[in-house]
Write a protein that binds this ligand. Structure first.
Ligand code: DGJ
Length: 558
C-alpha cells in the first residue's frame, strides 16, 4: 500500500523527477511542498518526526544513559538534543567534534534519528552558550544596550565579531555532519534557540540607533505589505508602536539568516528556528513577550530576511485548547510547514499531536523527556517514574508504526485528524462523498457528551472513494454520506451521534452501511489484517478506547 500511495504522490507532484535523480542510498533529508502541503523526505519518502527533546544539559557522556531509556519507552523515532557552542569551540578556531560524534554513534545504536539544536549566539534570548573566550571579551562580542545605556543579558545582533564567529563555528559543525553522517541520522538542525531579547525591545547602541533612524529596507516593507508614506520613511514612521519589535526582528533574522546560509552552503539539511510565543489570543503590547524572535507578528520579516531557514517553529507551552489551536494555525502557513519542536507532554496536551497532524505537521516533540530530572515517585504508584512520559508514549505507540503512511497520506491531502475540544462532543471531517463524524464520551449507545476530561483524538484517511484508515483514542468514529449542513441539522443524517437506527431511516437520504471493518496492526510500516469487526463492535460506530487500535473500513450506502 505504501508504495502505491507514494507512487501516486510522485505522479501528482512536480518532485518526481528530482527524486528519481537522487540516486544515492540515503539522499539528504529535505522539505518539499505540493499544493500548500509539506513533507519532510527521509530516504526519499515522507516521514513524520515523533520526537522527544532532551533537557538542555543532557547531551553528555554521563547523562545520555538517562536519555535513551526514555526515548525507548516513548517509542520516539527522533531525539532532539543540543550541540553546545562552548563545548564545540573551546579555543578560537579549534573545533572539538567529540560530542557530535558521540551522539551520532549512540543514536545509530538506538536506531533513532536526530534533530541537533545549535545552541550558538542565542539561547532563550541570552548568550550563555558562547564559549568562554567570547564571554571574556564582552566589548568585542557585545550585548544589547538598553534605553538607559546598560548592557543586558542578550547578544547584540549588530555584533559583527559574534556573527563572524558563529558563522565559522556553525559552518564547521555542518561540514563535519556532512562528512560523518552519510546515513542521514540527522534530519534537521535548529539554528540558535529562542532568539530575541527579554527586558528591552531592541538594541539602543549607537550603531543600532543609526539604523533605526534610517529607512526601512525595501524587503521588510514588501514582507509586511507596507508602502512608505514618504520616501525613505524610518521604522517609527512606518510601524508606529510596532517599530522597535519589527526592527529587532529584522536585525536578528538577518544575523541568523547569515549563520544558516553559511552552514547550508556546505550541507543543505533542512534548518529551522524556534519561537518563544506571544499570547496567541490576546497578544500584549511589545515588551510583554520576547522581542525579535520569530513570534507570529513578525514571521514575514523572518521569511524575508532568513531564506536559508526552512521552517519557523513554535514552542508551545500552552494548555488552553483555543490558544493551542490558534498557535497551530498561525504557524501553519502556505509559506511555512508546521513543526512543533517543543511542547508540553502532559496528559491534557498530548491530544494536540492529532491537531498538528491534521495540519500536516512534519514533526512534533515534547520537551524534557529524559530521566535527568527527578520525577517524584508517589507511594502506591510504582510506575510513577514514567508518568511524565506516558501521554506521549501512548501517542507514539499508535502513530509510530504507521508514521510513514500518515506522512504519505497527509502529503497527498487525504488525511484529517482532530482532537477533542471542550464543549464540542462531536466533530465532522469532510471527505468528498463521505463525512466522518467523531464523537466523544458516547458511553454505550447514549448521545455524545464529551469525555469527562477532553482527551479524545481521531485520525481518518481516505484510501479509496469508499475506504478509510481510521484510528484514535477515547472516541467513536462513524461515517455518513455527505450532505449539506442544513440537511444534517434537520436530523435526517445523524450517524455517529448515538441516535437510534430508526431515526436514520428516511427515504430522502442515503444511509451508511459497513461493508467490512478490518482490525489490523502495522508491521514493518504496512497494515496487516487481523480480524473483521462486526456486531457489537460496529453496530454503533467504531469505538476507540485508550488502547492502540487501527481499522481499515469499507463503507457503502443503501
Ligand atoms: C524553551 C527553550 O527553548 C528550551 O531550551 C528550554 O529552556 C525550555 N524553554 C525550558 O522549559
Amino acid at each position: 500500500m505504501k508504495t502505491v500511495i507514494f507512487a501516486a504522490v510522485l505522479a501528482a507532484s512536480s518532485i518526481g523527477c528530482a527524486l528519481q535523480a537522487q540516486a544515492t542510498e540515503h539522499p539528504v533529508p529535505r522539505l518539499v511542498e505540493n499544493d500548500g502541503r509539506y513533507a519532510l523526505l527521509v530516504d526519499g519518502a515522507p516521514f513524520l518526526m515523533l520526537g522527544a527533546q532532551s533537557n538542555n544539559s543532557s547531551d553528555w557522556p554521563a547523562t545520555l544513559p538517562k536519555v535513551w531509556p526514555a526515548v525507548e519507552y516513548l517509542h520516539a523515532n527522533t531525539l532532539e538534543t543540543p550541540i553546545y557552542w562552548e563545548q564545540f569551540e573551546p579555543k578560537p578556531g579549534q573545533f572539538d567534534y567529540s560530542q557530535v560524534d558521540m551522539i551520532l554513534a549512540q543514536a545509530r545504536e538506538h536506531h533513532v534519528h536526530l534533530v541537533l539544536l545549535w545552541f550558538g549566539t542565542w539561547k532563550n534570548g541570552s548568550q550563555h552558550y558562547m564559549p568562554e573566550w567570547m564571554k571574556l571579551e564582552p566589548e568585542r562580542y557585545s550585548h544589547v544596550t538598553n534605553k538607559t545605556g546598560e548592557l543586558v543579558d542578550s547578544p547584540s545582533p549588530f555584533a559583527a565579531a559574534s556573527l563572524e564567529a558563529d558563522k565559522r563555528a556553525f559552518t564547521a559543525f555542518m561540514q563535519h555532519l556532512k562528512n560523518v553522517d552519510p546515513d542521514r541520522t540527522v534530519l534537521m538542525v535548529q539554528v540558535e534557540n529562542e532568539t530575541g531579547t527579554w527586558g528591552t525591545l531592541r538594541d539602543y547602541s549607537p550603531a543600532a540607533e543609526k539604523l533605526f533612524e534610517g529607512p526601512v529596507p525595501a524587503e521588510v516593507l514588501k514582507a509586511m505589505s507596507q508602502a512608505p508614506a514618504t520616501p525613505g520613511a524610518n521604522w517609527e514612521d512606518v510601524f508606529g508602536p510596532e517599530a522597535e519589535v519589527n526592527f529587532h526582528a529584522w536585525a536578528i533574522a538577518k544575523y541568523v539568516g547569515q549563520v544558516a546560509a553559511a552552514g547550508k552552503a556546505v550541507y543543505p539539511l533542512p534548518l529551522y528556528v524556534n519561537a518563544a510565543l506571544r499570547d496567541p489570543l490576546k497578544p500584549g503590547a511589545p515588551g510583554t513577550y520576547e522581542s525579535g524572535g520569530p513570534t507570529d507578528n513578525v514571521l514575514s520579516i523572518w521569511k524575508a530576511e532568513a531564506p536559508a531557514i526552512d521552517v519557523l517553529a513554535p514552542d508551545i507551552y500552552i494548555s488552553n485548547t483555543e490558544a493551542y489551536l490558534k498557535v497551530l494555525g498561525l504557524y501553519h502557513r502556505p509559506d511555512n510547514a508546521l513543526f512543533i519542536p517543543e511542547t508540553s507532554g502532559a496528559v491534557h496536551e498530548a491530544r494536540f499531536l492529532f491537531s498538528a497532524i491534521g495540519l500536516q505537521a512534519i514533526g512534533y516533540s515534547p520537551f524534557g523527556l529524559d530521566y535527568t530530572r527527578t520525577h517524584s515517585v508517589q507511594p502506591g504508584q510504582p510506575d510513577a517514574q514514567n508518568a511524565f512520559l506516558e501521554p506521549t508514549a501512548q501517542n507514539y505507540r499508535l502513530i509510530g508504526p504507521m508514521m510513514r503512511d500518515v506522512a504519505h497520506l497527509n502529503f497527498e491531502g487525504k488525511l484529517q485528524a482532530t482532537a477533542e475540544v471542550e464543549g464540542e462532543p462531536t466533530q465532522t471531517l469532510h471527505f468528498g462523498n463521505w463525512d466522518a463524524v467523531v464523537s466523544y464520551g458516547t458511553g454505550g449507545r447514549g448521545p455524545a457528551k464529551g469525555n469527562p476530561e477532553p482527551i479524545g483524538r481521531a485520525l481518518v484517511a481516505q484510501l479509496k472513494d469508499n475506504q478509510f484508515l481510521v484510528t484514535g483514542y477515547d472516541c467513536r468514529v462513524d461515517f455518513r454520506p455527505a450532505g449539506t449542513e442544513q440537511q444534517r441539522k434537520s436530523g435526517n443524517i445523524v450517524a455517529g451521534t448515538g441516535q437510534t437506527p430508526s431515526a436514520l431511516i428516511d427515504s430522502k437520504w442515503q444511509h451508511r452501511q459497513f461493508l467490512r471493518v478490518e482490525e489490523g496492526i502495522y508491521e514493518n510500516g504496512a497494515f496487516k489484517f487481523m480480524r473483521i469487526l462486526n456486531g457489537d463492535q460496529t453496530d454503533w460506530g467504531l469505538n476507540f478506547s485508550s488502547e492502540p487500535e487501527v481499522l481499515r473500513v469499507s463503507v457503502a450506502t443503501y
